[in-house]
Design a protein around this ligand. Sequence first.
Ligand code: GDP
Ligand code: IMO
Ligand code: MG
Length: 427
Amino acid sequence: MKTDVLLGVQWGDEGKGKVVDVLTPGYDVIARFQGGPNAGHTIEFDQKKFILHTIPSGIFYPEKTNVIGNGVIIDPFILKKEIEQLNAEGIDPEQNLLISKKTHLILPSHRLLDAVYETSKGKQKIGSTLKGIGPTYTDKVARLGIRVGEINDTAFKEKYDKLKERHFRIIASYPYDIKAFRIDGLDFETYEAQWFDALATLKKIKQIDSEHFINRQMESGKSVLAEGAQGTMLDIDFGSYPFVTSSNTICAGVCSGLGIAPSKVGRVFGIFKAYCTRVGSGPFPTELDDDDGLKMRDAGHEYGSTTGRPRRCGWLDLVALKYAIMLNGITDLVMTKGDVLSGFEKLKVCTAYQINGKTIDHYPFESDLAKPVYHEMEGWNTPIDHIRNAEDIPNALADYIRFIENETGVKISIVSLGPDRKQTIMI
Ligand code: GDP
Ligand code: IMO
Ligand code: MG
């Protein structure tokens, strides 16, 4: 069998966690392939709400295997907290979570570096989640990183100290009082001590050669779903650089982040919100600085799952969406949060950009200069979060869906109309 993929085709927070959880019953293995605890994936069912940062969203089904792939980076301190929260609800990830020996570790000093780099950028800051993502991937590529498979080695502490010293030498070249920096509210020494304590939790998770594991699963007829983090417009190569994350969030990341050959990739689900949001800095052509934007933020509870920051909101951008469909080879679209648009009399959808008076229909290098060209549509003036069947979708929403399908040439296979598992329509 081939591996299916679900990934974000906007700027993250499209509802990946919710929809992976909904699709999990149809798969044997759920695997994360990139990113780290900068991700915040929300899952709601039975009046309970969970936010996962590192663990795949298939964890709520004890009979399903969850894999943290080699392309992911992991902070033992954050993983420990995540596991404890699941344990409190009777879920035991030790039973069905596996981790690649090649997964890189986020060190406390990576987080310090992240904070120093952001501070030094001033107004140009990226708006990083400050989880140490950039510095950890930098060390991976520089061939300086430390991997999960090394945590039991006798040389581990020596390697840790060497890398930490290197980070402190870099930090010393900045004019900051390092004692003033906090990591998750803690001073460096306290955080570091807790990070080392957390290694004990990490050691309890079974380490595997995940590329062999996943390929053997596929050969034996088991089905695999790869779960993306962030979104295509935050991709290190194709996002609005430098306002991006430090990994390949696109489908190609599945191949390098799990060891799956391109010919083994099956369906690719591209998930998007019925409008757009972005958290952090960077170009956002359809951003709304008016009451409509505030209305979306309020109705959609658009505050970051990882950092709590308010998300910037704007109309659906089909130029960016088509770009993401091209880069990922999307076979199926998934639309979330249509319920949030209930009550807007008119809706706008961006179908082209204007740059210096010229109209273009492709996502450009100069996305910071793009001004949106809108197509206006009728809204649906009724609540829709209770709808469970495609036949009950109001005409205006059906028109909205058809318009997106016609413009992109891709079918919308799943419509989500609320945060709960049950608020999902398979079309
Ligand atoms: P992810 O990072 O892609 O997993 O998305 P997040 O969990 O960061 O953000 C999505 C937010 O929207 C979460 O609070 C979800 O519970 C919520 N959500 C997901 N789908 C829907 C939907 O269809 N309607 C509404 N109203 N909320 C949704
Ligand atoms: P999920 O998986 C939304 C954004 C940050 C910042 C930029 C770089 O929940 O969709 P980083 O911490 O990676 O150095 O931040 O990327 N960002 C996200 N935005 N959802 C995410 O993940 C994100 N992960 C990172 O806000 O602008
Ligand atoms: Mg999120």
